[in-house]
Design a protein around this ligand. Structure first.
Ligand code: SF4
Ligand code: SF4
Length: 356
């Protein structure tokens, strides 16, 4: 038993903690934001740890990571971490070294910010770079949107923090359901069946079983050894394409972008909230996706104008009412906004109370 290998997953987290964090584990009393991008956490013992938070493009090269590590080696005893939104945090115990970290970041072209009432790094999925079912690119749209909102990254001008996320299909490996503004790639056409390839590439029973709505059936012509898709039942999720590469779902012209708003993970003041559909379709328009950039900017502007201090986007929308939100952001209400999911009864508004 002594030689039994049980810990074969990732190394235990505390192996890499900076000594000051290890020594004060569970004893942190409070934290403050000293300036945009710089935090201090104070322990019951009086120990302090300073964090300088910087942006990253998420998909990074090993050279870039090495450069970040050089900065951490020089000023932070070799300690840094990546936040869940892919910001880089340099962790220091010596306040006098903060200026050195900031200068080094500036030289690398890495912005400092993402604390407090700012727009943090946009968390995003793989997009065209890596995944097989995206309806849109991920990094390209995020770059275009963040370029436009960059003034909010290193400042505290907004009423509260705004978390933006992007998922390039509705399988949604981004935090789309729980972000203030979410950009979601949507397919709008059923998969195209390539009968010649399907019989060689795919197992028909597993392909049929992969469809959550039961839209796939064996082809009536048994000699074809293929499938047919009932377009009425298809919800364009792309799950069958994961099982069977002969069912491509991407359509560059018809796929597009939906925007969802009002999600949050935080349980401060109000419970965590799911985001809801705001804009059902915007065109997939590379290389700079101007329609998406403008729509996100408009929602942010109206939020910045209308929200109370500390109010997250979802809390602002709930306070003024969704009808008013659609009106102020000039978003048309369409049939796609009607929730027809079979468990939707739980989320339906069941009173006659409208707020205008
Ligand atoms: S959101 Fe969809 S397309 Fe994008 S990386 Fe995840 S599974 Fe792939
Ligand atoms: S895209 Fe989704 S709903 Fe449509 S056939 Fe494939 S698995 Fe079924």
């Amino acid at each position: 038993m002594a030689e039994r290998i049980t810990d074969i997953g990732p190394p235990k987290f505390d192996k890499f903690l900076p000594p000051v964090i290890k020594e004060n584990y569970g004893k942190w009393k409070y934290h403050e934001i000293l300036e945009p991008g710089v935090l201090v956490h104070v322990s019951e013992s009086g120990a302090k740890v300073f964090s300088v938070r910087a942006g990253s493009p998420r998909l990074v090269t090993t050279d870039f990571v090495k450069e970040l590590c050089d900065v951490a080696d020089k000023f932070c005893d070799g300690y840094l971490r990546f936040t869940s939104r892919n910001n880089v945090e340099f962790l220091l115990t010596d306040q006098s070294k903060i200026a050195g970290v900031k200068d080094a970041c500036k030289k690398m072209g890495v912005p400092i910010g993402a604390t407090g009432h700012s727009v943090s790094n946009i968390v995003h999925t793989q997009g065209w770079v890596h995944c097989h079912t995206p309806a849109i690119d991920a990094s390209g749209i995020v770059k275009a949107v963040m370029d436009d909102l960059f003034e909010y990254f290193g400042s505290h001008k907004l009423p509260a923090q705004v978390r933006i996320a992007l998922a390039c299909c509705l399988n949604m490996c981004g935090a789309v359901h729980c972000s203030d503004i979410a950009i979601l790639g949507i397919h709008r056409t059923p998969p195209k069946v390539n009968h010649d390839r399907l019989r060689h590439l795919c197992e028909i029973p597993t392909t049929i079983a992969a469809c959550p709505t039961g839209a796939i059936r064996p082809h009536p012509d048994k000699t074809l050894k293929s499938v047919v898709i009932n377009e009425e039942r298809c919800m364009y999720c792309g799950n069958c394409y994961t099982m069977c590469p002969a069912l491509p779902v991407f359509d560059a012209q018809k796929g597009g972008v939906a925007l969802l708003v009002g999600g949050k993970v935080s349980n401060s003041k109000t419970p965590p909230m799911f985001s809801k559909l705001a804009v059902p379709y915007l065109p997939n328009n590379p290389p700079r996706w101007p329609e998406v950039v403008q729509a996100v900017r408009k929602i942010i502007n109206k939020y910045a104008e209308g929200a109370n201090k500390w109010e997250r986007v979802g809390e602002w929308v709930e306070r003024i009412g969704w009808e008013k939100f659609f009106e102020v952001c000039d978003i048309p209400f369409t049939f796609q906004h009607i929730d027809d999911y079979r468990w939707a009864y739980d989320t339906y508004r069941t009173s006659m109370h409208f707020k205008f």
